[in-house]
Write a new protein. Structure first.
Length: 100
């Protein structure tokens, strides 16, 4: 990544709100990809997206690329399972903190 690209990304990431087009640009995906994520419930439809949406789109794009997942429905299931694992880890950490 060139220095110029990094500066552009930092500029966008500091924003608290993104349009659909801005979110696609910052994440390096197409508007159609984000619309598919909304269609399958990976993202909730919004007029403007925030940093949590940015993280979710980047996760979806990375999983799709690294695992070569073509089906967005399968991608949605994987993301839901990853969220469940993270939630369980947080619960375990709380339990361990109080009982050990």
């Amino acid at each position: 990544m060139s220095k110029k690209e990094l500066v552009v990304m930092v500029s966008h990431v500091q924003e608290t709100s993104f349009t659909l087009e801005q979110l696609a640009e910052v994440c390096g995906v197409s508007v159609g990809f984000i619309k598919a994520l909304v269609e399958y419930g990976i993202l909730q439809p919004q007029a403007h997206f925030d940093l949590s949406h940015l993280q979710r789109v980047r996760l979806a794009a990375r999983l799709q690329r690294e695992l070569e997942i073509e089906d967005i429905g399968s991608l949605a299931i994987i993301i839901d399972l990853l969220q469940e694992v993270e939630s369980l880890r947080r619960h375990i950490a709380v339990i361990e903190k109080h009982f050990f």
